[in-house]
Design a protein around this ligand. Structure first.
Ligand SMILES: [Zn+2]
Length: 112
C-alpha cells in the first residue's frame, strides 16, 4: 500500500482555477527566470516622506529578477505595516530596518 493511498494526497494535482490536471493547465503564466537571492544585494535605508513620516526602502533588487510583489507582501506581514512597490523599489511604512533586513537575510539576499 502506498503511503497516501486513499487519502486526498493520492489524487493528482489539479489547477485551482480551471480544474484541469496541472500538466494540461495553461492558465498560469510561465514562471519568470528569477535570479537566486544569494547573488543579489539589497540596499536598505530609511527615508523621510511627507509630514516627516519614515519609510523603510529596499533598493537594488530588480523586478525582472525577483518576485517583488511577493517580497513586498512578506515584508508587510513581518512588519505589520503598509507598503508599496515603486518599480524596482520596495517601500514599507515606518522604520523597520531590523525586521526587513532579517527577513531579506533569511530569504538569502545579501544586505548592504
Ligand atoms: Zn488552470
Amino acid at each position: 500500500m502506498r503511503l497516501f493511498e486513499g487519502t486526498p494526497f493520492d489524487r493528482p494535482l489539479r489547477c485551482e482555477q480551471c480544474g484541469e490536471l496541472d500538466a494540461q493547465c495553461s492558465c498560469r503564466p510561465a514562471e519568470k527566470e528569477l535570479t537566486p537571492p544569494e547573488k543579489q544585494t539589497a540596499i536598505l535605508s530609511t527615508e523621510k516622506r511627507k509630514k516627516g513620516k519614515l519609510v523603510t526602502v529596499v533598493r537594488g533588487l530588480a523586478s525582472s529578477e525577483n518576485d517583488l510583489s511577493a517580497l513586498l507582501l512578506r515584508l508587510k506581514t513581518v512588519c505589520g505595516a503598509g507598503g508599496t512597490l515603486k518599480e524596482d523599489c520596495i517601500e514599507i511604512q515606518g522604520s523597520h530596518l531590523d525586521r526587513v533586513g532579517e527577513t531579506l537575510k533569511k530569504t538569502g539576499y545579501r544586505i548592504s
